[in-house]
Design a protein around this ligand. Structure first.
Ligand code: AHG
Ligand code: MN
Ligand code: MN
Length: 364
């Protein structure tokens, strides 16, 4: 299909409805068009900025104990309203809803399950920075007549049938996969169409760019400290090349950059979080982003295993996330296994190495 000429609807009809393929699924294209409608509405709301009257705190907290902004609540509502009526969904799960939202009995019920983060990177709202939305689609297994339960959503990432994100930047884009590559559509605002502009995105296998919130360094495990230190050492260190660092505090923006030009993103296990699960949520952040990254030739791991193989135990479960360019992510996985086997070279903190002020010879 031709970049710049193919609308989202045409792409979905051609891909899902006309071709007998493993990804073909009744109603999935219609569901994704409803998700895209929600994204267009969110995009229009965000474009108004403070004039929308939706700025500031909602004076409430979500299930993670995080303060909800008015826009977290409003964008959640937009997703629900655009997707609950169409007869394609059985239920939804969102970062901003504590429990499973079962489709009300006033609407027909379908076979799909939608998990979403309606506004990712919402701390960027106050600074007019880049934000996004993330979504994941599962097909419900088992008795379709039975009441929907949490267990319906607790499926590993490799069972997703579609996933995507919207990025609300200078332009609004929808990046999507139904299991046959990762494709990007740009919103033509005056017409209201998503137009295919980035077909079959491929993440370069090598990169010189990494993204991590370095303020958490003291909580990281040794393999992550080792990797980041080696990147920072640059040309004079064992990597013998310089690296660049970025941190936008919106996973959507980081993953988008990686899809466009490569890179590696880490929100790893750390000692701050219970069971060292990291910060990001498995069902509606880690899994859908892993789908898009893997479909673009990248790799997504927790550090020790493929994110797709993590068996979810809870709706709002967190997961460590390391994803992006294949060769860097595989190197980080190797550092984890070397550490677990006790075979890695000991990590030396820059504060305590040979140039450190803390060494006796430095103070003489
Ligand atoms: P959300 O706004 O949905 O809570 O997600 C923000 C997430 C993710 O997008 C980003 O990578 C990370 O939180 C930023 O976390 P820090 O503030 O710890 O850097
Ligand atoms: Mn998020
Ligand atoms: Mn969010």
């Amino acid at each position: 299909m031709q970049d710049g000429r193919t609308t989202l609807s045409k792409y979905l009809i051609d891909t899902l409805d006309r071709q007998p393929s493993p990804v073909a699924a009744t109603g999935l294209s219609a569901l994704l068009i409803d998700v895209a409608a929600a994204i267009k509405t969110i995009s229009a709301t965000l474009t108004k900025g403070a004039l929308s009257g939706n700025y500031g705190s909602a004076q409430s907290v979500n299930t993670h104990g995080e303060e909800q902004k008015k826009l977290d609540v409003a964008t959640n509502e937009i997703f629900v309203q655009h997707c609950e009526w169409d007869g394609l969904l059985a239920a939804m799960v969102s970062e901003e809803m504590d429990t499973v939202y079962t489709i009300p009995s006033t609407y027909p019920r379908g076979e799909y399950l939608l998990a979403f983060d309606p506004l990712d990177g919402s701390s960027n709202i106050d600074i007019n920075g880049v934000v996004g939305s993330i979504f994941s689609v599962l097909r419900r297994t088992g008795d379709q007549e039975a009441p929907v339960s949490e267990a319906d959503f607790l499926r590993p990432g490799h069972e997703q049938v579609a996933a995507g994100y919207a990025i609300y930047g200078p332009s609004t884009m929808l990046v999507l996969s139904v299991g046959n590559g990762t494709h990007g559509f740009t919103l033509e605002r005056d017409v209201g169409n998503f137009v295919l502009t980035h077909s079959d995105i491929r993440i370069p296998e090598d990169t010189g760019e990494f993204a991590i919130n370095a303020s958490n360094e003291r909580f990281w495990e040794p393999p992550v400290r080792r990797y980041v230190q080696e990147c920072k050492d640059g040309r004079s260190g064992c990597r013998e090349r310089d690296f660049n660092m970025r941190w936008i505090a919106s996973m959507v923006a980081e993953v988008h950059r990686i899809l466009m030009r490569g890179g590696v993103f880490l929100y790893p296990r750390d000692f701050r979080t219970p069971q060292m699960e990291g910060r990001l949520r498995l069902l509606y952040e880690a899994n859908p982003m892993s789908f898009l990254v893997e479909q673009a030739g990248g790799v997504a791991i927790t550090g020790r295993e493929r994110i797709f193989d993590v068996a979810p135990r809870a709706l709002h479960q967190r997961a460590p996330v390391i994803l992006g360019s294949k060769n860097e992510v595989e190197r980080i996985q190797r550092y984890h296994s070397e550490y677990d086997r006790g075979e890695d070279k000991p990590y030396t903190s820059p504060l305590f190495n040979k140039r450190s002020l803390f060494l006796p010879e430095a103070s003489t």
